[in-house]
Write a protein that binds this ligand. Structure first.
Ligand SMILES: *Cc1c(COP(=O)(O)O)cnc(C)c1O
Length: 226
């Protein structure tokens, strides 16, 4: 990992945010990266890290011994993995159905603060992809708000990897509209997680408050599995 790459991305995130008068959080997506790279980024002040799989997150959290870091699960979640997610994650960004809401709430230990969650929306209605339909997002948010062990913070999306930037812009804008529509119903609803290495500036221009960036921060993924 190049230290300069991280600083360059941090600057690009900040200036894109400044252009629209917001602040944007950077989630460093560290799937398949080395522990050394994660530790280095943490030493540079990066706070939030994302993994795709529950098991990878749990192992990573244990090995990168830095208690103040914040760990986000960003990959699709099967019901039988909810217990581990509720034990090991600080945030789950991929909540997309009521069974997952119920299982996360049931397994979040009383000794931990409520689990922060985002509702993942399949904004382009792609078949076989994680995320709820835009039509049920508000109802799913309401079911989360009813669970004291969960803390609803907003929405997440992975738009269709369109080659046309205008198509992606339309998906981001649709997410923002949905976010603004649901927001008045919930006190802590402040996070719109969208944008990755190749489109985060566009996502920020369209209202993202958190971007999830892997390769642009770490370099190409090593074939490293924890
Ligand atoms: C891998 C991943 C990212 C980061 O992707 P890059 O293109 O490497 O920036 C963001 N979000 C999710 C859900 C991912 O799985």
């Amino acid at each position: 990992m190049e230290i300069s790459a991280f600083h360059a991305i941090r600057r690009r995130v900040d200036s894109a945010a400044l252009a629209v008068g917001t602040t944007v959080r950077l989630l460093a997506v560290c799937k398949h990266q080395t522990d050394a790279a994660v530790s280095l980024l943490a030493a540079l002040g990066q706070h939030a890290f994302g993994e795709n799989y529950v098991q990878a997150l749990a192992v990573r959290r244990e090995r990168v011994d830095a208690p103040i870091l914040e760990w986000h699960l960003i990959g699709g979640l099967q019901s039988n993995k909810c217990r581990a997610a509720a034990l090991h994650a600080d945030w789950v960004q991929s909540v997309d159905r009521t069974a997952v809401v119920r299982e996360l709430a049931r397994h979040r230990p009383e000794s931990l603060p409520p689990l922060t969650v985002l509702v993942q929306v399949n904004i382009d209605s792609e078949s076989g992809k994680s995320g709820c339909t835009p039509a049920i997002a508000a109802a799913l948010c309401a079911s989360i708000a009813a669970q004291p062990q969960l803390r609803l913070r907003g929405l997440m999306a992975i738009p269709h990897a369109a080659t046309e930037l205008e198509d992606r812009r339309r998906s981001f804008a649709a997410m923002r509209a949905l976010f603004e529509r649901v927001r008045p119903d919930h006190a802590d609803f402040d996070t719109l997680s969208m944008g990755m290495s190749d489109d985060f500036e566009l996502a920020i221009a369209e209202g993202a408050t958190m971007v999830r960036i892997g390769t642009a921060v770490f370099g190409a993924r090593a074939s490293f599995s924890p």
